[in-house]
Design a protein around this ligand. Structure first.
Ligand code: TRP
Ligand code: SF4
Length: 404
């Protein structure tokens, strides 16, 4: 059994299959994963079922998207020797846990998740009034809890889902985390306090558990503390009984907020496929060079002799990511005095991006030309993930009396 403390060393994160990744993904998410994989026991997975919650009508592109994204993870340096890489749908235990958690999840909790209404509004052209779409944050909870992950790196928009996961875990442990015969033992301990006290304890417990009455909790605690005829074990049972605690079967995860990527797109907006302003990790050098050479610059620099202002130029944002102080000084001076041209200025950026991408493109080639390599590595990751998921499900089924 995985101990609760082991969870602190475990990291889990997932990405929807979006196909080829770009520099925005690399500087935002992937570099973060690269660091985590050295420090923690990491599980990184492709959330293909999550893709179906919004793209159920056109799933045909998903398999290629999965493959290309996995190749890009590996190209970026995610190491299958230190991190476990897998595909959600290949570990069907996620679906079983999702189903079982759905039994204890109030519909209101899901309707109140902020992404629910937001996404429905944003993707108006799709009919997202589906059961799967409403339940997708709970599927995410199952993804996390089935590995008893302690830390979940996510972007700002996903923090609410990790919070929901914490509430689900708390509720699950509250309902099913009792030692065998816990209720009966607690009831028996309660009777040892005498009829009158027992009745008062019941009232206080109900006030706390049903209405969150903190005052009632304090009174009940003081009452338990003052009982001389209780053994230590009985007193601890009653404390657990009072607060609705029990054994922790599914530990609560903590979100690790991933800072938004500073990587701008070629036009200075956020780099995103939907804006068509990306540099993909596997773009050919000639295309990368052309894309940067044709990037817009400070609109005030119409002629080579017009001075410019780096603060108004997307190329400067690239220098902030890639260039040394010396190069940046050269840009600042040269731009403002019209001492350098924009093409001169873009030279070091082109160099840096090409240098960063060269080893990635090499690894993409390796994995693209040897499909067995990827297949074996993913089979292996899915098996490793599945072994952990199976173990958790044994505990969950037992806790929910699903035993023969
Ligand atoms: N919902 C996440 C996204 O859209 C992907 C995801 C699915 C995930 N399951 C997860 C992220 C579990 C972290 C943990 O980006
Ligand atoms: Fe932008 Fe550089 Fe041209 Fe200045 S010189 S406008 S920073 S590309």
């Amino acid at each position: 059994m995985t101990s609760v403390s082991a969870q602190h060393a475990r990291v889990l994160s997932g990405m929807r299959p979006t196909g080829r990744l770009h520099l925005g993904h690399y500087h935002g998410v992937l570099k973060n994963w690269l660091e985590l994989q050295h420090e923690f026991e990491c599980y990184f997975f492709v959330a293909d079922w999550h893709a179906l919650t919004t793209h159920y009508e056109d799933p045909t592109l998903i398999p290629d998207s999965i493959r290309e994204m996995l190749i890009d993870w590996l190209a970026a340096g995610i190491n299958p020797g230190s991190a476990t890489l897998f595909i959600q749908s290949r570990v069907p235990e996620h679906a079983e846990l999702h189903l079982l958690l759905s039994m204890i999840t109030p519909v209101g909790w899901l309707e109140r998740v902020p992404t629910y209404k937001d996404q429905q509004d944003r993707l108006k052209e799709k009919d997202l009034a589906t059961y799967g779409f409403l339940g997708y944050p709970l599927l995410q909870s199952a993804d996390i809890l089935i590995y008893k992950a302690g830390r979940v790196p996510v972007g700002e928009d996903q923090v609410a889902h990790v919070e929901l996961t914490r509430e689900i875990a708390r509720r699950f442990n509250h309902i099913y985390g009792r030692e065998p015969g816990f209720e009966a033992k607690a009831e028996e301990a309660k009777r040892k306090m005498g009829k009158k006290n027992a009745r008062q304890f019941d009232e206080l417990r109900r006030a706390y558990q049903e209405r969150g009455d903190a005052q009632a909790l304090a009174v009940a605690r003081a009452m338990l503390g003052g009982q001389n005829n209780l053994t230590v074990a009985d007193r601890e049972r009653l404390f657990g009984f009072l607060e609705g605690g029990g054994r922790v079967i599914l530990p609560e995860p903590i979100p690790l907020l991933t800072k938004a990527s500073k990587m701008p797109g070629l036009d200075g907006q956020k780099m995103s496929k939907s804006y068509g302003n990306t540099i993909a990790l596997r773009d050919e050098p000639a295309d990368v060079e052309k894309a940067i050479r044709t990037m817009p610059t400070d609109p005030a620099r119409v002629r080579r002799t017009d001075p410019g202002d780096p603060d108004k130029c997307p190329v400067w944002q690239f220098h902030l990511i890639y260039s040394t102080d010396a190069v940046r000084d050269w840009v600042q001076g040269g731009c403002r005095s019209a001492g350098i041209g924009c093409l001169d200025c873009k030279g070091p950026v082109i160099e840096s991006v090409l240098t960063e991408l060269a080893p990635m493109r090499e690894r993409v080639r390796e994995f693209s030309t040897q499909p067995d390599l990827l297949r074996n590595l993913i089979n292996d990751g899915c098996e490793r993930a599945r072994a952990v998921a199976r173990e958790t499900m044994e505990e969950v089924r037992f806790a929910m009396s699903l035993v023969l």
